[in-house]
Design a protein around this ligand. Sequence first.
Ligand code: TNX
Length: 514
Amino acid sequence: MGRSTHNRGTVSEPSLVPTARLLRAGSTPPFAVTPDAAVSGPPDAVRTLREAVRRRTGLDLAAAAATDAAVTLAIDPETGAAESYVLDVDAASVRLRAADAAGLFYGVHTLVQLLAQDESGWVLPAVHVDDAPRFAYRGVMLDVARHFHGAETVKAYIERAAALKFNVLHLHLTDDQGWRIEVPSRPELTARASASAVGGDPGGFFSRADYRAIVVHAAAHHMTVVPEIDVPGHTHAVNLAYPEACAAPTISDHLREEARQRGEDLPASGIPYEGIAVGFSSLRIHDDATYALLSDVLADIAEMTPGPYLHVGGDEALGTPPADLALFMERATRVVADLGKTPIAWHEAGAAAGLAPGTIGQYWGFRVPTDGMDDHARAFVRGGGQLILSPADVVYLDMKPDADFPLGLTWANGPTSLPRAYDWDPAAVIAGVGDDEILGVEAPLWTETVRDLADLDALAFPRIAAAAEAAWSPAPGADERRTWESFRERVAQLAPLWTRQGIGFTPLPEVDWT
Ligand code: TNX
């Protein structure tokens, strides 16, 4: 396959990432984007469009009250399902209508991707787009526990993800290495367990005000925040604050034993964990004090979180006997349900028979399931819930994109190349789990090796765009553009936009970025 054809001056065929349900080039000349092209519509959407156009082109479009403006944005529930939009561009006008405010937001980001330059200046190619998401839940996850990432970094990641039509930000707020969220009823958690991080790097935590600011910024970008309190494993930070809630042997016990073998002495308790091993901390499962702590924490988190979901982890609890894990996850999901929220848990929790009805499972096994992980995932569907698919060997953004990459891990059959990250179908991962059983797709970014926004960008981009397409676009086979060959050409066209947005993407060699 060659490059896309250049049949309108220097403007190439309109292309989008994630690609749209329906995209047809029009027959008129392009629409000229000039400062006197006035924009009318709902103020938020007009502002989003004008800001994005200014950032991309340097042009200041006029805001107009009149509906006879050249560029009109409108909400019309008749347009279609939630988040859908229809965009028509011809030489004279740009008409965007959407089912709701989110659809308008996505239509605006489509418009921004279509901006191009020809010999006359900035233009929008004539086009008809009729678009709607395949999945309702399109998530990115950020691990702020292994390395803390402050509110400004999180806001920048929200902007990046929302522009690719993601609508969920899952925050992994707690782990062995640190506790990252203020819990008013249990202040010891941040007082004693937030200062540490992997490798002795600085820790930190979100105050309530920080968290609220993140939630507000996410909402302004049509994203829902899903907070995760990871229990009963991944809980050494809890041990630093409430040792009585934690089972022996603790990570402190392991660290002290290692030190003893080196001939060193460590204190009896309260030793922060700065390594990256997993699976060796657990809460005490048969102790009411554990559930009193858990209930206090989840009540405070629920109160701060307007979104419908609370994630209670449940992964890699190898320090917890299986029967105890089941018992614990049943109680934890019921606490969440009693708070009026929908629980989410990693797929291991599917082994528990009595989870709260409707609990959502998050599958992190491979694209071709191993070790019965698909059985655990299917159990959520039997319990009246749906699944979020995060197959680690295709959507884990913390996997190295190639063997020599300085950041990232490789445990998930890594490295994960861009073609591998692209070439999968969520409905072909778990037998018996098709579109109706799938709530959505989520791309996690664990941060054992990731210290700052530049590191996040370098690992996430461009593979996050492949995840966006899995979450938003029609199934592979249902659309001619849903091929690696098409994606590799379309993603290359985002490079100038990403550069203007200050995104330090990695120009992976499988794409011709010039
Ligand atoms: C597995 S998959 C984890 C995390 C690690 C990640 C690193 C899952 C639910 N847990 O604890 O950070 O691998 O890739």
